[in-house]
Design a protein around this ligand. Structure first.
Ligand code: AFD
Ligand code: MN
Ligand code: MN
Length: 424
């Protein structure tokens, strides 16, 4: 446990005075300041287990050193992130990559770091060693009932692992679809997939949620069987009240208005949560906020408006998760940057003058509406995010602390340079 020998607050001394000055400046302009800080403290983002190591592309994987070699080490890494930023209090597992050999011990280890298990992720996009039926032509859409049965059984296994770990949701992303015109009967693919999802849904405990994640393309490049928000919403509606749509920011065609999609899914009570990342061309899985931070802010603006309209708890009523893949960065530094970007966008959206914005909209005052949004977006809310960390007993500047502690060097010393692929 890397951080046992470090007192986080000792890391803050050198910058505490500077922070207090900056915080004082921005705090004076924020109404209900303590409520905003508390919301920021409560807001936790789940870390995907597969993002703790170097990802790679279909062309190559250039692994770094000191990456986790086991589920225990993945939990340790998320525990380290959470100790530094006070905002990564959950880990999302991917089965079979993260099958817990001893669930009780794994659950206890996570609790030691203050972590809970967020959504479980199933995998019917790869054939595993010894698997009886191949997913080459899809899983839940497959023409062969035996393949569909295998996919359903795998998802039910994933639910059972999650129950043992205290998770309460499963995310189903299907790579199913077609690569060429004529390959697939779209109606049959939809109906077969729905029947399989209904069997998985029937296995859900009462307090569980099932997220149906859509994606416009990749690995199929002509059609996807859960290809857009409308298809996902259709499945989720037909499945029932425990099924929701999961929005992965990288899963849209270029130019899609994601903030509008989010607003309408929220209106229907069918928004399950997010996989946060950023992208310029496709499912690039880049660091959150690194390409289009304004879109991220606009999404949060719709989320807060929609959640407040439904009396929802921002921190607990939706699934907040990063889903990214790192190829050239230290995975932990990338994740620290991603969590910070999410918190900043959330804080900016929290300081929007919502009443004035609605009044501007109702009077068709287009310029004033834009001014109000940009006023919030251009507010430097980083001291608010830092204050929330400070009050949570975390580091004032997590990234700097990570560097000052030379964490990666320590992990390389502890785990060596050789790393094993840990997922995507
Ligand atoms: C890939 C898919 C999808 C899924 C993730 C984890 O595109 O986003 O949620 O893997 O399975 O990124
Ligand atoms: Mn995803
Ligand atoms: Mn993806």
């Amino acid at each position: 446990m890397l951080l046992e020998n470090y007192k986080i607050n000792e890391l803050n001394q050198e910058s505490l005075q500077d922070h207090q000055r900056k915080f004082g400046l921005v705090a004076s302009s924020v109404k209900n300041l303590d409520e905003v800080i508390q919301k920021l403290m409560d807001f936790q983002i789940a870390i995907p287990s597969w993002a703790l190591g170097t990802g790679g592309t279909r062309f190559a994987r250039f692994s770094g050193g000191g990456e986790p070699r086991s589920l225990e080490e993945k939990i340790e890494d998320v525990g380290l992130l959470h100790a530094l930023n006070g905002s990564s209090g959950a880990i999302s597992l991917h089965i079979p990559w993260d099958i817990p050999q001893n669930p009780k011990a794994i659950k206890a280890l996570a609790a030691q770091y203050g972590l809970r298990f967020d959504a479980m992720n199933s995998n019917t996009f790869q054939d595993q060693p010894g698997q009886q039926h191949s997913y080459k032509f899809g899983s839940m859409q497959h023409t062969d009932k035996a393949v569909r049965k295998q996919a359903v059984e795998h998802n039910i296994d994933v639910i059972n692992y999650g129950i043992e770990l205290g998770s309460d949701s499963i995310n189903v992303w299907l790579s199913d679809g077609s690569s060429f015109p004529g390959q697939l009967n779209f109606r049959k693919a939809f109906q077969r997939t729905l029947e399989c999802l209904q069997e998985v849904y029937a296995a859900l405990p009462d307090n569980w949620k099932l997220f149906v994640e859509y994606k416009a393309f990749e690995p199929n490049f002509y059609s996807m069987t859960v290809g857009d928000w409308g298809q996902s919403f259709n499945y989720a509606t037909k499945l029932g009240p425990k099924a929701y749509t999961l929005v992965d920011l990288g899963h849209h065609l270029p130019g899609a208005n994601i903030e509008q999609i989010v607003s309408l899914l929220l209106m229907e009570g069918k928004l399950g949560g997010f996989h946060f990342n950023d992208s310029k061309y496709g499912d690039d899985d880049l660091t959150v906020g690194s390409i289009n931070p304004y879109q991220l802010f606009l999404i949060f603006n719709e989320l807060i408006e929609g959640m407040n309209a439904r009396g929802m708890n921002h921190a607990t009523d939706l699934g907040w998760m990063i889903d990214a893949s790192h190829n050239v960065k230290d995975p932990l530094e990338d994740l620290l940057q991603s969590v910070e970007a999410i918190k900043i966008a959330y804080a900016q959206a929290l300081v929007v003058d919502a009443n004035a914005l609605e009044a501007a909209r109702e009077s068709n005052d287009v310029v004033q509406a834009q001014e109000l949004l940009q006023e919030a977006y251009r507010t430097d809310v980083r001291p608010l995010v830092a204050e929330a960390r400070l009050r949570a007993g975390a580091a004032l500047q997590p990234f700097q602390a990570y560097r000052n502690l030379k964490v990666r060097d320590q992990l390389i010393k502890e785990r060596g340079l050789k790393t094993v692929a840990t997922g995507l």
